[in-house]
Design a binder for this molecule. Structure first.
Ligand SMILES: Cc1cc2nc3c(=O)[nH]c(=O)nc-3n(C[C@H](O)[C@H](O)[C@H](O)COP(=O)(O)O)c2cc1C
Ligand SMILES: CCCCCCC(=O)C(=O)O
Length: 357
């Protein structure tokens, strides 16, 4: 059967992966209320189409921090992609580049920053968790700058790892042959040991993440780099205000795909208050539950500058490596363009709240 939407990759990928790995990707925290709510928030919004508009010429092209993108769609950071495909993040970078998309590389990537950069033809950003060992962070930042990464993303919604019941029941651990190769062994050991009732990821994060950081610490990260700094995991107007006040260059509205605080507000529902607080001062991106061109149009009409996709990119990578990732991004771009035609909004600039009901 042909693959004609993102969920078709999901069905295929599920059949290819062992159950504990599938659960790691697919699962969320607690009762997975926020995983479901991320999707429902999009499904509850209807569209107000305008008719007899010339939609013969449509454009999805845009840019973020000066980098051209074929469409406002990028790939969210996700750890350990070699668990899903032998080429891991190298395949994702190649696929994203082929489709003209942004790729945010996880600090827990399983290919080196330099290998990924060599394969990329589109913009790369590097995502960081705040490790206790600051010297490891500053070394990564320097390597990212040298390799041509264009922004840093600090994930701020994970001082501790969410209580992910599937991983705990499965005693989830990272495959023995897959490592976070950009970090010293001392920062990665223990993640391969499976113990029923525990998640090696949660245990390891507890040992290595700095849970004491506050807004005041951002200036240290700033002092290590001239790259734009983006915060990932903002869900409130209050924190958006603080982010801008602390000189952050961009915001990703995200609840980590429902993997952190269960019951957190769906990303799409949080977006309008963040957009209002930011008032155009820095770009605002969104991730969480984006599966369709329609979802992307809704997010853009609500004020997002771009969206990121997490799990769908992993499904596509599992099924068909870089070709899958490129096909997925192109398909979502095509769905966005198609929805723009059917709503009578041929340009991204036409997307505003009047299209939403
Ligand atoms: C398997 C997996 C691994 C992830 N790893 C990271 C990570 O290393 N860093 C991070 O900031 N977010 C990570 N995330 C969260 C994603 O960046 C993103 O916020 C989320 O997947 C978006 O929701 P979606 O999957 O519904 O598109 C991960 C998500 C998944 C599913
Ligand atoms: C200590 C390893 C932590 C990896 C966390 C990856 C992630 O963010 C996720 O959601 O899973």
């Amino acid at each position: 059967m042909s693959i004609v939407c993102a969920d078709d990759y999901r069905s295929r990928a599920r059949g290819l992966l062992p159950a504990p790995l599938w659960d790691f990707i697919e699962g969320g925290s607690g009762d997975e209320l926020t995983v479901d709510a991320n999707r429902l928030a999009f499904d509850r919004i209807s569209l107000r189409p305008r008719v007899l508009v010339d939609v013969s010429e449509r454009s999805t092209a845009t840019s973020v921090f000066g980098a051209a993108l074929a469409s406002p769609i990028g790939i969210a950071p996700t750890a350990y992609q070699r668990m899903l495909h032998p080429e891991g993040e190298v395949a994702t970078a190649r696929g994203a580049g082929q489709a003209g998309g942004l790729f945010v590389v996880s600090i827990f990537a399983s290919r080196t920053l330099e290998e990924i950069a060599a394969a990329a033809t589109g913009p790369l950003w590097l995502q960081l968790y705040w490790l206790r060992q600051r010297s490891a962070l500053s070394r990564l930042v320097a390597r990212a700058e040298t390799a041509g990464y264009q922004a840093l993303v600090l994930t701020v919604d994970a001082p501790v790892i969410g209580k992910r019941l599937r991983d705990l029941r499965n005693g989830f651990a990272i495959d023995a042959g897959v490592r976070a190769v950009n970090l010293d062994d001392a920062l990665t050991e223990g993640k391969h040991i499976s113990t029923p009732g525990t998640s090696a990821i949660a245990t390891h994060a507890a040992a290595t993440f700095d849970t004491s950081i506050t807004w005041a610490d951002l200036s240290w990260l700033r002092s290590t780099t001239a790259l734009p700094l983006v915060l990932k995991g903002i869900l409130t107007a209050e924190d958006a205000e603080l982010a801008v006040a602390h000189g952050v260059d961009g915001i990703i509205v995200s609840n980590h795909g429902g993997r952190q605080l269960d019951g957190a507000i769906p990303a799409m529902r949080a977006l309008p208050e963040v957009v209002a607080a930011v008032a155009g001062r820095v770009p605002v991106l969104l991730d969480g539950g984006v599966r369709r061109g329609r979802d992307i149009l809704i997010a853009l009409a609500s004020g997002a500058d771009a969206v990121l996709i997490g799990r769908p990119a992993l499904w596509a990578l599992t099924v068909d490596g870089s070709d899958g990732v490129a096909h997925l991004l192109s398909m979502l771009t095509e769905e966005l363009s198609h929805t723009m035609a059917l709503t009578g909004r041929p340009k991204l600039a036409d997307l505003d709240p009047t299209v939403l009901a």
